[in-house]
Design a protein around this ligand. Structure first.
Ligand code: PLP
Length: 395
């Protein structure tokens, strides 16, 4: 019965989800406190109190047919104006509401942008390791995703290989920084160099190559690290932002697409993206939570908890002999597997009730991802297990 295009998706149904289910099974047997689940990127820091207050105030103060009604497919204009103002204040930009389209999270934003841009057979480039859902998103519009092999010394993109991979069919590039799964933040030099390459290659191939910046982790950066605002480095940049992590609202499904005026044919692109939002079936982003965003544009989840988690987990793993880049953002550690086959290493971890995700789930075998958006206590309790695992691997 099911479509051919769906069959590989059903077959390869997410390893991360499978690990999560395994965690629940183990918790049922050994008790939740004896299972250390580091598999999912589900924020454990609560949403700011201001979110709940805003929901209550909206329901009390704003007219219900308005709050729960349809609006422009791009989203409420006052919501987009509030976001544009906040961005302009922070990044000295000059965005206006028309540059923004409210979306059902970054996942929907990426789909809308790819639907807007891709003809069948168009190529999209990304950098391994990457969020594997990009494969499905690109395939949704009959595009072809190519991944540049990782530079495992720094996990900054390999720009030399990137420049060589661009061809006539290249329509877009997807980057994600702070990165899932490495936690690496792409530096100013990286983004600036990337912009130069894209400018030059766009001229060479005779059409604009669009840089799609997938930014669910933009606000999750530590040690005061600089996170470049990508539209400033390359004119044909489109941002897909999400409040899933910055406000701990992943289930509410809210984010936006930002298409600056500097993008080639921006008016046409914006118009097409608004229509893509409608015909993809979302129609518009959820209404109540859009109104909440208008009141909460300056709010952030408490990322200090993640930073504290990162510090404890990173320093402990390094002490036990594991090797790993110190992440500067997001809430993931990407640890080198001490066993050649990282899936076998994940199995060994599971024997100690530690659940981590194989790097092959991010097109980067030989590593595992550890999500530290968990309680500090879980990390503390898991440390003896990590120490034993290190011992069994001869570290
Ligand atoms: N992009 C990356 C890199 C992610 O890690 C995620 C979610 O974890 C998404 C996109 C999707 O985010 P959203 O919940 O906003 O759809």
């Amino acid at each position: 019965m099911i479509a051919e295009k769906m069959k590989p998706l059903v077959q390869n149904n997410s390893a991360i989800r499978a690990m999560f289910e395994e965690g629940r099974r183990l918790a049922g047997i050994y008790g939740a406190e004896n299972v250390y689940d580091f598999s999912l990127g589900n924020p454990n820091v609560p949403a700011p109190k201001a979110i709940k207050t805003a929901i209550m105030d909206i329901l009390n103060e704003e007219e219900s047919t308005f709050v729960h009604g349809y609006m422009s497919n791009a989203g409420y204009e006052d919501v987009r104006a509030a976001i544009a103002d906040e961005l302009n204040e922070r990044f000295q930009t000059a965005f206006h509401p028309e540059n923004l389209i409210m979306t059902v999270g970054a996942a929907s934003g990426l789909n809308i942008v790819l639907k807007t841009l891709l003809n069948p057979g168009d190529e999209v480039i990304t950098f391994a390791p990457y969020f594997l859902e990009y494969n499905s998103y690109v395939r949704n519009y009959d595009g072809i995703l190519t991944a540049i092999a990782p530079n495992t010394d720094t996990f900054q993109p390999d720009l030399k290989a990137f420049a060589q991979a661009i061809g006539e069919k290249t329509k877009a590039v997807i980057i994600n920084s702070p990165n899932n799964p490495t936690g690496v933040v792409y530096s100013r030099e990286t983004i600036s160099h990337l912009g130069e390459i894209l400018r030059e290659k766009s001229r060479e191939v005779g059409h604009a190559i669009v840089l799609i910046s997938d930014e669910p982790y933009r606000e999750l950066a530590y040690d005061g690290v600089f996170v470049p605002f990508v539209t400033k480095y390359y004119e044909n940049t489109i941002i897909c932002y999400s409040y899933s992590k910055s406000l701990s609202l992943p289930g509410e499904r809210i984010g936006y697409v930002l298409i600056p005026d500097e993008v080639e044919d921006s008016k046409e692109v914006i118009q097409a993206a608004v229509i893509a939002n409608r015909v993809s079936g979302s129609v518009n982003a959820p209404s109540l939570i859009q109104r909440v965003i208008r009141r909460c544009v300056h709010e952030r989840a408490n990322i200090e908890a993640y930073e504290k988690n990162r510090n404890l987990l990173y320093s402990s793993l390094v002490k036990f002999g594991f090797s790993c880049i110190k992440p500067e953002g997001a809430f993931y550690l990407f640890v080198k597997s001490p066993m050649a086959d990282e899936k076998a290493f994940c199995e060994l971890c599971k024997k100690h009730h530690v659940l981590v995700v194989p790097g092959s789930s991010f097109a980067c075998a030989g590593y595992v991802r550890i999500s530290y958006c968990v309680s500090y206590e879980q990390i503390e309790r898991s440390l003896p297990a990590f120490e034993k695992i290190a011992g069994e691997c001869g570290l």
